[in-house]
Write a protein that binds this ligand. Structure first.
Ligand SMILES: [Zn+2]
Length: 404
């Protein structure tokens, strides 16, 4: 991750949604002329030139971990937390994840679609062209399906690329908390009803579980994810966010595409990820927003050879930011990553965290024409102007997504 392959004096040729040439202007024009000669004689007249001189072009950013389908924002909790309220006190005042669940269940699919659509436009403004979105505030069959249908709708109508993840195992819902066997009954519902329905209706590519003491145990996580894999879904885990509980090791053992959070990952967890192809997805905006000082050990992970990605964790409770360049800033300033590392963590490795490393996240021939243009003279300015919106345009599959 030490070398992001930054080049100067380069042109990028795009045709039919793909990058077809990267090199000098002469090289790129020659390649485009070859396409012209082999096909449409009007081709050259249709070519559009975009002058990016003096600015920076990167791959479109990949935000590989968001919870963008939710209703009411939870800004009231921020002040409570600042005043010293803990998780339990916030929950007792009607906040926390269960308040998002109650709220989402009351909303129509159209209402959630309008909210999610607007949020994707905000994500796109900061350079993101591929975004993963999880369900997980429904926690019932109908409300998880409703959330996943919202994701399917934005996937079909948005120019940016949307990757759907089922997260019915985000938490044990309150209606299953009474009685001695409530959690067992909810897990039974997940594996025998939710997952089969989600898989049959092809509403998700990934299945994710919040594996953490007090939420889903290692054994429960394994049972849910093995069922998901049997139904044709690929796997992700929320792992080792608060306590080193073996989530990263389980992710590596199950061949999960990514293990996410990892602020409390153990030495054994680092070693397990380093010897696997499971991407370590770090979400440092969450710790920043919650006012925590501990961050995931990015340096130890990178130096051990793990594949490290960064994402926003965009969600209403713990990381309400659509701004992936801000996460790059935290990556450099708090996680001690280099600029090359944060650029790769939000492009190449973000794509790997979604199983898309062969098609997006790089400016190279044959890759999808997913490109971001920045009002910067040097790539180091992207994490430097923190919180600023320096992205002036993006394209996904060669089509414009965002223009400043
Ligand atoms: Zn998350």
């Amino acid at each position: 991750m030490a070398d992001a392959g930054i080049r100067t004096e380069v042109a990028v040729g795009i045709d039919d949604g793909l990058i077809v040439a990267v090199g000098t202007m002469t090289d790129v024009e020659r390649e485009l002329a070859n396409i012209e000669r082999s096909g449409d004689s009007e081709y050259h007249a249709q070519c559009e030139y975009i002058d990016c001189a003096g600015r920076v072009v990167t791959p479109g950013l990949v935000d590989s971990h968001t919870h963008a389908v939710f209703g009411r924002p939870r800004y009231d909790e921020q002040e409570l937390r600042a005043a010293g309220a803990g998780y339990m006190e916030i929950a007792q005042k009607g906040g926390g994840i269960h308040s998002s669940v109650r709220d989402l269940r009351l909303r129509s699919e159209d209402d959630l679609l309008a909210l999610t659509r607007a949020r994707l436009q905000r994500l796109a403004r900061y350079g993101t062209t591929t975004v993963e979105i999880k369900s997980g505030y429904g926690l019932s069959i109908e409300d998880e399906l409703k959330s996943l249908r919202v994701i399917a709708s934005v996937q079909s109508e948005a120019n940016l690329r949307v990757v759907p993840t089922w997260l019915g195992a985000h938490e044990i819902p309150q209606d299953y908390r009474s009685g001695p066997d409530g959690r067992r009954r909810y897990i039974e519902q997940l594996v025998s009803e939710q997952l089969p329905t989600v898989a049959r209706e092809k509403l998700a590519i990934f299945a994710d579980v919040f594996c953490e003491p007090g939420v889903f145990t290692l054994d429960e996580t394994r049972a849910i994810l093995e069922t998901a894999r049997g139904r044709g879904l690929t796997l992700k885990l929320h792992a080792d966010e608060l306590e080193p509980s073996g989530g990263a090791e389980l992710a590596a053992e199950l061949g999960a595409t990514s293990a996410d959070h990892l602020a409390a990952i153990s030495e054994a967890g680092i070693a397990a990820l380093a010897s696997s192809s499971t991407v370590a997805t770090l979400l440092p905006g969450t710790m920043f927003f919650l006012g925590r000082t501990r961050q995931a050990p990015a340096r130890a992970l990178i130096e051990s050879g793990a594949v490290v990605a960064l994402a926003t964790d965009f969600n209403p409770g713990t990381s309400p930011t659509p701004n992936l360049p801000l996460i790059m800033t935290i990556g450099v300033s708090q996680l001690h990553m280099s600029v090359a590392e944060v650029l790769l963590a939000t492009t190449v490795n973000g794509a790997a965290a979604l199983g898309l490393a062969g098609s997006t996240g790089q400016i190279a021939s044959g890759f999808s024409a997913d490109v971001a243009l920045w009002e910067c003279e040097d790539a180091r300015e992207i994490p430097y102007w923190y919180g600023d919106a320096r992205c002036v345009a993006t394209w996904c599959r060669g089509e414009p997504v965002h223009t400043a």
